[in-house]
Design a protein around this ligand. Structure first.
Ligand code: HEM
Length: 468
């Protein structure tokens, strides 16, 4: 009763046949124009509420934060992780404690401090070395940027980075990219809506298998850590977790155990790889095809870093234009278009509608990041969206690529540091050029849990200031 309105569902499929499952973004926009900022859809027999626009998003995720902080079960992503870890864990003590642990550990390993910066800057040197070998050639940077962001997370979690060619490392990256594509794509939708088909040998079996293989390997890394660690002298996230398990051994029903640890590690890898690297790929695509914007960033970077060997995260305060370019990339790219699905934890109300406990909630972040009335230029790439007349960086309520509320991205600090240090270091050294024979750039994203640009080629040149 008084459930948000939406198109009429049909038996078995619900509204599935009315959506382009390869990329439902345009359908969601059309439905929101017809039914309003809060509307409903049926995935098979399961009702879902779609949140659109800044007002509905904030009312649900901030004002009524607890009511909307759950995670749905019964989906491909929740089956992969069995509801453990952080991302797909339901709102409860285990999620709360693991979220707190992950945030605290990231902070202890120097988020905002020197050591995390050094890990990122170290990784950028590997990227720069590969790019230097590509000078004057056309290359697709997809693999390179995936490798770099995955390696940064690996070094924080496992204490070591991998060579980009390492077999396990490559398997892990492939698993993450494939799973992201499948989970929000047609096969993921079929898995989510038609439980009877789940045991059939269909493509959604692949992510389940790939996840198990990577999980098995991570268990091996945990075993190595057990053998080589010194208690209370953590080298990385695994050691910290083992310390935490020791500390809580005496507790009956401790929430910290090996199974939870492995899922949490995979969560952080999964959440931290494609998100950051796809954002960097979008940034390079827009900078190549807007050379005036690229040059303006480079002038700012040169001025602020004059006489310094390396950039530091603190330098961002002196680089409002570069920050505006990074934020504008995040806005236009909308890397997690439908965020991560939420679920109501109790019967609640939203914008006058009744929403029962356990309802699937889909925050359409793209609808906020491209919302008319919130942005000076909602549909074009323009850093002025984030700058005032004086060229100062604006803080805007509708800028929520990391979502908002108690479930918002816990890697935001790390992601922002990575985006800044990687882009600033590379732009200082290289010029990125859209190849002459590449035709018109196509900015249309490839839809998935994380959205990616279509594969493209870039030309790399050493900047004049860096030559000889
Ligand atoms: C540009 C990069 C990134 C973007 C745009 C991004 C965005 C998001 C979004 C939209 C969510 C869903 C929030 C919600 O459900 O309301 C999320 C959740 C999450 N992110 Fe990120 N993220 C990024 C990078 C990272 C990194 C580097 C890490 C980890 C090291 C990370 C870890 C997580 C985790 C663990 C969650 C689940 C939080 C929870 O359920 O409590 N993310 N992220």
């Amino acid at each position: 009763k008084n459930f948000p309105p939406g198109p009429q569902p049909v038996p078995i499929f619900g509204n599935l046949l009315q959506l382009n499952l390869e990329n439902p973004t345009a359908d969601l926009e059309r439905l929101s124009a017809r039914y309003g900022k809060v509307f409903s859809l049926y995935f098979g027999g399961r009702p879902a509420v779609i949140l659109n626009g800044t007002k509905a998003m904030r009312e649900a995720l901030v004002t009524k934060a607890t009511d909307f902080a759950g995670r749905p079960g019964g989906l491909l992503l929740s089956h992969l992780t069995q509801g453990k870890g952080v991302i797909m864990a339901d709102h409860g003590p285990s999620w709360r404690e693991h979220r707190r642990f992950a945030l605290m550990t990231l902070r202890n390993f120097g988020l905002g401090k020197q050591s995390m910066e050094q890990r990122i800057l170290g990784e950028v040197e590997h990227v720069a070395a590969v790019l230097e070998k590509s000078i004057g050639k056309s290359v697709d940077p997809q693999t390179l940027f995936h490798n770099a962001s995955c390696d940064i997370i690996c070094s924080i979690m496992f204490g070591a980075r991998y060579d980009y060619e390492h077999e396990f490392f490559q398997a892990m990256i492939k698993m993450m990219a494939d799973n992201s594509k499948i989970a929000n794509g047609p096969w993921g939708m079929i898995y989510d809506t038609m439980p009877l088909l789940r045991s059939l040998p269909l493509p959604f079996q692949n992510p389940l298998k790939a996840y198990c293989t990577v999980k098995h390997h991570v268990l091996g890394i945990v075993e190595e850590h057990r053998a080589s660690r010194s208690p209370n002298q953590p080298r990385d996230v695994i050691d910290s977790y083992l310390d935490q398990m020791d500390k809580r051994k005496a507790e009956e029903d401790s929430l910290f155990n090996e199974d939870q640890m492995v899922v949490m590690l995979l969560d952080l890898l999964f959440a931290g790889t494609d998100t950051t690297s796809n954002t960097i790929r979008f940034a390079v695509l827009y900078l190549m095809t807007h050379p005036d914007i690229q040059e303006r960033c480079q002038r700012e970077i040169d001025r602020v870093l004059e006489g310094k060997d390396q950039a530091s995260f603190e330098d961002r305060h002196k680089m409002p234009y570069t920050q505006a370019v990074i934020q504008e990339t995040q806005r236009i790219a909308s890397t997690l278009p439908l965020s991560v699905f939420h679920c109501t934890t109790k019967d609640t109300e939203l914008m006058g509608y009744h929403i029962p406990k356990g309802t699937l909630v889909i925050p359409n972040l793209t609808s906020v990041l491209h919302e008319e009335g919130q942005w000076k230029f909602p549909h074009e790439f323009n850093p002025d969206n984030f700058l005032n007349e004086q060229g100062e960086l604006l803080k805007l309520e509708a800028f929520m690529p990391f979502s908002v509320g108690p479930r918002m991205c816990l890697g935001e600090g790390l992601a922002r540091m990575e985006l800044f240090l990687i882009l600033v270091t590379l732009l200082r050294r290289f010029q990125f050029v859209w190849p002459e024979d590449a035709g018109q750039p196509d900015y249309t994203p490839v839809f998935g849990v994380t959205q990616a640009p279509k594969p493209y080629s870039m030309m790399v040149r050493l900047r004049e200031s860096q030559q000889g």
